[in-house]
Design a protein around this ligand. Structure first.
Ligand code: FES
Length: 154
């Protein structure tokens, strides 16, 4: 085991990992933040998406030790207490999730898109969310939510 340091949502964690520990497992099991979900573990579904040093990243595709010293943001960082982030509010208002399993990846990816492309069209939204799979909604309400979030003040 090796001790690494992760700053997750502004809080520093010293965690012991073995060479095969995935970042998603370190976040969930050692930092105790279970909003990041474990889906496919093959980099396909996007449920494990977090932000590592400013870039959305599928945390099942990153070995924890390679993230030593990184600044990680998880879905828990979006809301401020009961005040939802505009992207969360838009997903809520558009009924853009059902089971919620894909939600961490959808929200963080949508936020990243809106930071770089403040008024995306549907094609840009679908392209950005391409690596995030949803089994429930059929994506139409998700696209509508991202459009709505683009119209709301951050
Ligand atoms: Fe990481 Fe599916 S669990 S992409």
């Amino acid at each position: 085991m090796t001790e690494i340091r992760l700053t997750v949502n502004g809080v520093e964690h010293a965690v012991d990992v073995d060479p095969r520990t995935l970042l998603v497992h370190a976040i969930r099991e050692q930092a105790g933040l279970t909003g990041t979900h474990v889906g496919c573990l093959t980099g396909d579904c996007g449920a494990c998406t977090v932000v590592v040093d400013g870039r959305t990243t599928k945390s099942c595709s990153v070995l924890a030790h390679s993230a030593d010293g990184a600044r990680v943001e998880t879905v828990e960082s979006l809301a401020d207490g009961d005040d939802l982030h505009p992207v969360q509010r838009a997903f809520w208002d558009e009924f853009a999730f059902q089971c919620g399993f894909c939600l961490p990846g959808m929200l963080l990816t949508a936020r990243e898109l809106l930071e770089s492309t403040p008024d995306p069209d549907d094609e840009e939204i679908l392209r950005a969310l391409n690596g995030n799979l949803c089994r429930c909604t059929g994506y139409n309400t998700i696209v509508a939510a991202v459009r709505r979030a683009a119209q709301e003040p951050a």
